[in-house]
Write a protein that binds this ligand. Structure first.
Ligand code: NDP
Length: 447
């Protein structure tokens, strides 16, 4: 593809989508990789495939009114961006967090197109959410919010149309309330309309663990490709939610030692290794704060209020909290402290500057759209089980997940080689993800 076209397109995307810096960042990152296609695929340029891909197929913004425990009416804003359905129904999570806005949902939805393509499974890309903060809300408040959210969203969903799942602030509790309301309004037990469901009502074993497990498995493959392994490695993990907890669990199973966890208040450093049972109890059962971990763990564990987790020396970094949490300054510190590999559990946690510093230092960098694809891949496996009215064992499902992560790793490296950027996982992920979607779009004509 001629260089000018990419530059032009980037400018147009920025002009057409003002004040959406995260979306611009995600588009810039993918388009910069597509330069490596050179003139090899004029058919994509002729059909303006990239321009089409940067425009969501459909964007929904809606009011979500609900009543809090004091009887006061609250109003939030809901979003669903149905970005691309070339490979299957729109698929991507819902995020409930006060920072949510259209630009953040668009960045996540855009990333999801390429991620879902990389899994090799028949799923398109989408994302949604609301600027609702579940922290500090009662179960009843969360239920009323979810019911109101689904009362609007249900008309756009369906197992062949759009299939949401969880993300930040949306776990099994929220998925339960959302599914209950969908079932009530439609009078249909349509299991395949949401993933991340409870095990007794259509959920899949391993879905809860899948994103974190997949990220650690991907990092293990990256280490193996440079002749290393997790054995004895000190691993820094950020976040203490769904992705972080199960990344830590798999790191320990693979022989590494996870020594950090964090939340928006600060981080804990536990040189003896994170006590996973304690972490799960505090974060999953009690919905508490990470500060409590250090108090209850005692020993050498310490809590650093408002601290940056990337100050801790580590061999492997797994950022698993949120976008742009690891900047250039942190990357430089990590490199200085001997970092060997970074794999993203979160979506776009490393800034552009951080990625450039890793590249300069020769530290392999696994982008989220490859390294955290295990979650959505297992969601697609959940959809398969729902369609078959079947449920697979933990061992079988985990074996499928492991194979998918290995395939994605291999695809990234092989594609990076093919386009003359050996070892560049981001380049490999973007091009491989893009080409599959692009070829399907070409086949469909201008629709
Ligand atoms: P959770 O809500 O379970 O956990 C999020 C964690 O990140 C919490 O510890 C939270 O701390 C922390 N966090 C969130 N926002 C910030 C912030 N602005 N600053 C510092 N810490 C923050 O979410 P998940 O674990 O599900 O998601 C984490 C990341 O992984 C996200 O980027 C998500 O998009 C991505 N992801 C998730 C998938 C999944 O299957 N769940 C699939 C693929 C990617 P606090 O409680 O203080 O807010």
């Amino acid at each position: 593809m001629p260089l000018e076209t990419i530059d032009d397109l980037q400018e147009k995307v920025i002009a057409r989508n003002p004040a959406e810096p995260e979306f611009h960042q995600a588009v810039r990152e993918v388009l910069s990789s597509l330069r490596a296609l050179g003139n090899r695929h004029p058919e994509y340029a002729d059909a303006r495939i990239v321009a089409q891909m940067c425009e969501p197929e459909r964007q929904l913004i809606f009011r979500v009114p609900w009543v809090d425990d004091k009887g006061q009416v609250q109003v939030n804003r809901g979003f669903r961006v149905e970005f691309n359905s070339a490979l299957g129904p729109y698929k991507g999570g819902l995020r409930f967090h006060p920072s949510v806005n259209l630009g953040i949902i668009k960045f996540l939805g855009f990333e999801q197109i390429f991620k879902n393509s990389l899994t090799g499974l028949p799923i398109g890309g989408g994302k949604g959410g609301a600027d609702f903060d579940p922290h500090g809300k009662s179960d009843d408040e969360v239920m009323r919010f979810c019911q109101s959210f689904m009362t609007e969203l249900y008309r756009y969903l369906g197992e062949y149309t759009d299939v949401p799942a969880g993300d930040i602030g949306v776990g099994s509790r929220e998925i339960g309330y959302l599914f209950g309301q969908y079932k009530r309004i439609t009078n249909r037990y349509e299991s395949g309309v949401l993933t991340g469901k409870g095990l007794s009502w259509g959920g899949s074993l391993v879905r809860t663990e899948a994103t974190g497990y997949g990220c650690a498995i991907f990092a293990g493959e990256m280490l193996a490709s440079i002749g290393g392994s997790f054995d004895g490695a000190r691993v820094g993990v950020s976040g203490s939610g769904n992705v972080a907890i199960y990344a830590i669990e798999k790191v320990h199973q693979l022989g590494g030692l996870a020594v950090t966890a964090s939340d928006s208040g600060g981080y804990v450093y536990d040189p003896d290794g994170i006590d996973l049972d304690l972490l799960k109890q505090i974060k999953l059962e009690e919905r508490g704060r990470i500060s409590e971990y250090a108090q209850r763990r005692g020993g050498n564990a310490k809590y650093v209020k408002n601290g940056c987790v990337w100050e801790v020396p580590m061999d492997i970094a797994l950022p698993c909290a949120t976008q742009n949490e690891l900047d250039g300054k942190s990357a430089a510190k990590l490199v200085k402290n001997g970092l060997r590999v970074v794999a993203e559990g979160a979506n776009m946690p490393c800034t552009h500057d951080a990625v450039a510093i890793f590249a300069d230092a020769g530290v392999p960098y696994g982008p989220g759209k490859a390294a955290n694809a295990g979650g959505v891949a297992t969601s697609a496996l959940e959809m398969q089980q729902n369609a078959e009215r079947d449920s697979w064992t933990f061992e079988y499902t985990e074996a499928r997940l492991t194979q998918i992560m290995k395939n994605i790793h291999e695809t990234c490296l092989a594609t990076a080689d093919k386009y003359n950027h050996p070892g560049n996982y981001a380049m490999g992920a973007n091009i491989a993800g893009f080409r599959k979607v692009a070829d399907a779009m070409l086949a469909f004509g201008v629709v």
